[in-house]
Write a protein that binds this ligand. Structure first.
Ligand code: GDP
Ligand code: CA
Length: 332
């Protein structure tokens, strides 16, 4: 069984840990490839950050800070304090010392001419992750957010997504999200093959706009998903009309999608009518959405979607794999 997962950082990490665990139980020969969002990546203090990639890397390696929910366990911030003294970087964006080690290694390899996906390959050699992480694209497609300019009435300005998200906690009303260079971006080597050669493609319950949305915006990826012979199953990041963790509800209205499990499923759409999904998992509290989703051509099921620990993550991954089997056994 070859499983390919599209994923962002925090929701993505929890889900991928479940997929890895469930695969180990069901089929030790299974291989898992994760196509990672690169829209949150940025240059800061002279180094390249890849926040979603690093969240997956640290979490799958078991070196992540489970209390804070991001970064490395046992982190210190001596270098960040020095950078603040020098006025380098963003004072509201802490770069931990261990984390900076990763950023320095990455930047050194980039400066030597390696591509981001080659760097990603080297970074994950350090720990046996049990899955392969591939950045969606080697092109820098950093997401920008257009917001009202507080200084000039009736005009707008652009912030890097990380500034909007971390400094302003997504409270400045977003007018639009734009991925730089996206029209010229190409899927990183192996990405299209991972989708077309898969036995199952999964959308993690990641942010539909700035995580999954950015991956899908890389020209070539959407087509690969639309045409793969593998079932494509998604998991809702919305439970009972609310985002589970984080601030993704600040993103959905910008693309005109309601904060509900069925609206997000319908936004991805059914492959039977030009969309991307065969199946969509919603939470038990959203069971009423199953009927309308099926009428729209999506095979839907309601299962517990809260990933509280490895067990609940693995059970959710199992439900997604099972729904893929149902799709496969359906008459075309
Ligand atoms: P980010 O890159 O760190 O923002 O993380 P992702 O894009 O991968 O995931 C963010 C999304 O994960 C949010 O929209 C949350 O609603 C969703 N999420 C987080 N935890 C859970 C969970 O336990 N269950 C489900 N279904 N979704 C979750
Ligand atoms: Ca992210």
């Amino acid at each position: 069984m070859r499983i390919t997962v599209l994923a962002g950082g925090v929701g993505g990490s929890r889900f991928v840990r479940g997929v890895r665990e469930e695969c180990a139980r069901r089929d030790p020969d299974a291989s898992v490839i994760v196509i990672v969002n690169t829209g949150d990546d940025l240059w800061l203090a002279g180094v390249r950050l890849m926040p979603d990639f690093d969240s997956l890397l640290y979490s799958l390696a078991g070196v992540n800070d489970t209390e804070r929910g991001w970064g490395r366990a046992g982190e210190t911030e001596r270098v960040a304090a020095e950078l603040r003294e020098w006025g380098v970087g963003w004072p509201w964006f802490t770069l931990g010392d261990l984390d900076l080690g990763t950023h320095l290694a990455r930047t050194a390899w980039l400066r030597e001419g390696a591509t981001p996906s080659e760097v990603a390959e080297r970074l994950q050699r350090r720990w046996p992750l049990g899955v392969r992480l591939i950045p969606a694209t080697d092109t820098e497609v950093d997401t920008c957010v257009e917001v009202p300019d507080p200084e000039t009435p009736h005009s707008t300005r652009e912030l890097h997504f990380q500034e909007w998200w971390t400094r302003y906690r997504a409270t400045l009303p977003a007018i639009a999200f734009r991925q730089r260079n996206i029209d010229r971006a190409r899927p990183a080597p192996g990405v299209v093959e991972a989708i077309t050669d898969a036995d199952l493609v999964l959308f993690a319950p990641s942010n539909p706009v700035v995580s999954i949305g950015t991956i899908l915006a890389v020209p070539g990826i959407r087509d690969a998903i639309a045409t793969t012979s593998a079932p494509v199953i998604g998991v809702s990041p919305i439970i009972g009309g609310k985002v589970v963790r984080g601030m993704a509800d600040a993103c959905l209205p910008v693309i005109g999608v309601d904060t509900s499990a069925d609206a997000v499923g319908l936004h991805y759409g059914s492959r039977r009518s030009g969309g991307l999904l065969d199946g969509w998992l919603v939470d038990e509290t959203d069971a009423a959405a199953v009927g309308p989703l099926e009428e729209a051509g999506l095979l839907a099921a309601s299962v517990p979607l809260w990933m509280r620990d490895l067990e609940t993550s693995a059970a959710l991954a199992g439900a997604a794999i099972d729904l893929g089997d149902v799709v496969r056994s359906r008459p075309a």
